[in-house]
Design a binder for this molecule. Sequence first.
Ligand SMILES: [Zn+2]
Length: 177
Amino acid sequence: MKLCSVDKCDNKQFARNLCSHHDRKVKIARYPLYATWKGMQGRCCIVRGCQINANTYFKKGIRVCDRWTERYPKGIENFTADMGPKPTPEHSIDRIDNDGPYSPENCRWATYHEQRLNLAKPGRTVGVSFSKHYKQWIAHLQHNKVVVLHQMFPTEQAAINARLAAVQKYIYAEKQQ
Ligand SMILES: [Zn+2]
């Protein structure tokens, strides 16, 4: 049995004279987005060895585009070129259309909070309701038992946007301090 070429490592060789652990380390050092790229493949894939999320992403029909599924290192190189670097370590890959694929058109870097906002959809946004009396949409937000937003808008989307902005301003900004 051949051993990993890294000094003092007794693991079995996996690829390129390295064990799987050190092979992964080399890939991550070479491609900062390697873990993100690999995780994305794993979520959408049902080939042997990466079926962790096969029941969710794969069954929902969420796939990774062809450009990003090319063999290493081509796939990770395409992914890096299309997405650019992560703006901060808090950012992760986000699909703009939540039912859509992992592809350059449908992906962006977003923080956890931005990803939550992206899930807001017409007809089911907390704090947004329609007033039959005024025939307007009302955006409502309470923070620390104080009403910080209670305003009417002609469209549901305008009310959603106003509420999201208020959440950002009052709740999220405070948590970051
Ligand atoms: Zn090793």
